[in-house]
Design a protein around this ligand. Structure first.
Ligand code: ZN
Length: 674
């Protein structure tokens, strides 16, 4: 997937004028977060059956929220429920600074779906004391607290407080540190009582290197060791998370009844069968049906999908996205996918790693109708699924760019001073002003629609061979594929770029972000952990170093400020191509040692001096480095017979209001899930 990476989004003045329609994109700001809202243009023009379908799928989407909280850490639901009980019921002084900090802490937990930062993975430090929290908890009625059977308030506090306050307990949700047992040291709830080595042996024994259509081992289960026995607790009806999955399936069955066509009905039906059985072969059958359904206007993701939250990259967090095709904007991505084979054939990677036949890269621009699970409130702006390599190779993949989300980012960022502070000169600023939006969208399209879908593994190579480095390498591959082609005259020829200078906006943005400005998301002293950020620094640092002898890119000081200067854009393109070739080789051959070396050398460590400078300059701009969204509210209108006669969409809900509503109406899991 692609997360909004470049913090720089500049729209031209004209565009801003044209869209001045009184819609307020901003909701609120706290900690390092800004909450935005997005519009769903085109919803009102859908027909009733389509609206009904979106409504049911949205309900199915919201029902999975608690699953993600529990996946992200086994105390998350209890801590969230405790803080919500305080937020709703506490009668004491709500202007007290400690209370204010407690409120911020809860808002951050809502945002992260747990007690760790959604992006950096470190545990939040609460801005209030255990004594204060104890006093507040004791002022509540016992029945308002998420106590387990027979537990006293005292026992509850003794169990939960260390998790909240002791920084040495569960310090990281996902730990990627080289040389450590990443399973034992990660707080995510995908493994229990088991070591990394045991996990690797367990799944290693299951895998058959001759199987050319392997299931996604471990995708939908927690792996536990009890009384010396290792087993999977599968997430399905009758298994782990059953009560939430039953609700999801209830709404999916309603959706099935109003599907647009037989193909879509089959997709929904197969997904239900998978939720009922937990069988990963059924999941693959579902994924294949889903890839082939390209004609439906409405589409959705609902399930255990991406594995960024597992240090070993096997177990998938729950997410959902309901959307419909933006017919006009999809013409752009259609052009790209129509030419997919040309791009594959002409890429700079070794011929033996190329796909002979690029199958069914279907690309579209979509309008998000609801974001849920691991796509809420922070969301990707592009998605490419399914993830199984053999399905992509044999049946293709679907690639989407989320148009209304990108648009909301752009509108909210306009004129925020970021470019003035960090861009080197007027030349680059003009490029970015003129072409930054188009090239940003186009790079996202190329990343999703061609990059992830390109290349192949050599026969017998384990798709998980790169282990903890796999995600970074995969994202780098997709980004590089897009970057390499951004500067290709073919894009101008296809009418995707207006001229042969436009790509420079994306090159400049990308390098500035990877070398400098993405560091605003990292706390002083920390390394880079998140795989998209690692990938961007890897590419930018590698190009800086390899182009040094020819001065292709430099970090230049003007006064006490550092700037990225690109002296030779064509050389940069050549280097992107060389790195793409090497990264594809690493992926295709499963070269773990090379993956580790390149990631550890370029992607992880941060220059502390430059970091401090970037943070200082960014701070003065008073911006939030991370953004997320509240959803629209959908209301079904029923007639006397219980039939839906209309679905209304509104945009007035506040952040806390929405979170509390979700916790009230879509929260069917117990506080402890074993
Ligand atoms: Zn990606």
């Amino acid at each position: 997937m692609l997360v909004a990476g470049s913090l720089l989004t500049i729209g031209c003045e004209e565009k801003k004028q044209a869209s001045a329609n009184n819609f307020d994109y901003t909701v609120e700001k706290f900690a390092d977060l800004q909450i935005l809202r997005y519009q769903v243009p085109g919803f009102d023009e859908l027909d009733l059956k389509q609206k009904e379908l979106i409504y049911y799928l949205s309900q199915a989407a919201l029902e999975g929220r608690d699953i993600l909280f529990d996946q992200n850490g086994k105390y998350n639901l209890r801590i969230r429920r405790l803080l919500e009980a305080i937020y709703v019921n506490y009668q004491g002084d709500k202007n007290n600074p400690e209370y204010k900090n407690l409120e911020t802490y809860l808002k951050r937990i809502w945002f992260s779906n747990g007690i760790h930062h959604h992006y950096g993975c470190e545990k939040f430090a609460p801005g209030f004391t255990p004594e204060y929290l104890k006093e507040v908890v004791l002022s509540l009625d016992n029945t308002q607290l998420p106590l387990t059977d027979g537990q006293s308030t005292e026992e509850f506090c003794a169990e939960i407080f260390p998790v909240v306050f002791d920084s040495s307990i569960m310090p990281k949700r996902v730990n990627q540190a080289d040389g450590e047992d990443v399973v034992v040291t990660s707080a995510c709830n995908y493994y229990d009582g088991i070591s990394q080595a045991e996990v690797e042996v367990f799944y290693g024994n299951m895998k058959d290197s001759n199987d050319i259509t392997p299931i996604s081992y471990g995708l939908n289960s927690r792996l536990v060791k009890e009384n010396g026995v290792i087993s999977e607790q599968v997430w399905k009806i009758g298994g782990l998370y059953s009560s939430a999955i039953e609700k999801i399936v209830y709404w999916l069955k309603k959706a099935e009844g109003v599907a647009e066509n037989a193909e879509q009905r089959a997709v929904i039906n197969k997904l239900i069968a998978y939720y009922e059985s937990g069988d990963l072969r059924t999941f693959d059958e579902y994924a294949i049906l889903w890839v082939k359904d390209t004609d439906s206007r409405i589409d959705f993701v609902n399930g255990f999908t991406e594995s960024y939250g597992d240090p070993l990259g096997m177990k998938a967090s729950w997410e959902s996205l309901v959307n419909f095709k933006d017919l006009e904007a999809t013409k752009r991505t259609q052009t790209i996918s129509d030419n997919a084979q040309w791009f594959e054939n002409n890429s700079p990677v070794d011929d033996k790693f190329k796909k002979d036949e690029v199958k069914g890269v279907s690309a579209k621009v979509i309008t998000a109708a609801i974001l849920a699970g691991d796509l809420y409130p922070a969301t990707a702006i592009g998605i490419n699924l399914p993830n199984a390599n053999w399905i992509r190779a044999e049946h293709g993949s679907k690639s989407v760019t989320i148009g209304n989300i990108t648009d909301a980012y752009n509108k909210a960022a306009h004129g925020n001073g970021f470019g003035d502070e960090f861009i080197y000169s007027n030349t680059e600023r003009n490029w970015v002003d003129q072409y930054g939006d188009i090239t940003g969208d186009l790079h996202t399209d190329l990343h999703e629609c061609l990059g992830h879908g390109s290349g192949k593994l050599l026969p017998g190579v384990d798709p998980d061979a790169l282990k903890a480095y796999g995600a970074t390498v995969e994202e780098a591959r997709a980004d590089l594929f897009g970057l390499y082609y951004m500067a290709d005259p073919k894009l101008v020829e296809l009418g995707l770029l207006p001229n042969e200078d436009a790509y420079k906006a994306e090159y400049y943005n990308f390098l500035m972000n990877g070398l400098m400005t993405q560091l605003v998301r990292i706390e002083p002293g920390n390394n880079i952990e998140e795989s998209h950020m690692r990938n961007r620094q890897l590419i930018a640092r590698w190009v800086l170093e390899k182009g040094a002898s020819e001065n292709a890119v430099q970090l230049l000081k003007k006064g006490d400020k550092t700037y990225v200067v690109v002296n030779d854009y064509q050389k940069v393109r050549q280097l992107f191509g060389e790195l793409l070739s090497e990264i594809q080789r690493i992926k295709s051959t499963g070269d773990f040692d090379a993956a580790r070396t390149i990631v550890e050398n370029y992607a992880v460590k941060v220059d502390p001096e430059l970091h401090a400078e970037v943070l200082e300059r960014y701070k003065k701009l008073n911006l939030a480095p991370y953004k997320g969204f509240v959803n629209p509210v959908y209301e079904a209108v029923y007639d006397a017979d219980g039939n839906i006669t209309d679905v209304l969409v509104s945009y007035n809900e506040g952040y806390a209001e929405q979170m509390l509503r979700y916790s009230r109406d879509y929260s069917s899991l117990p506080s402890i899930n074993n």
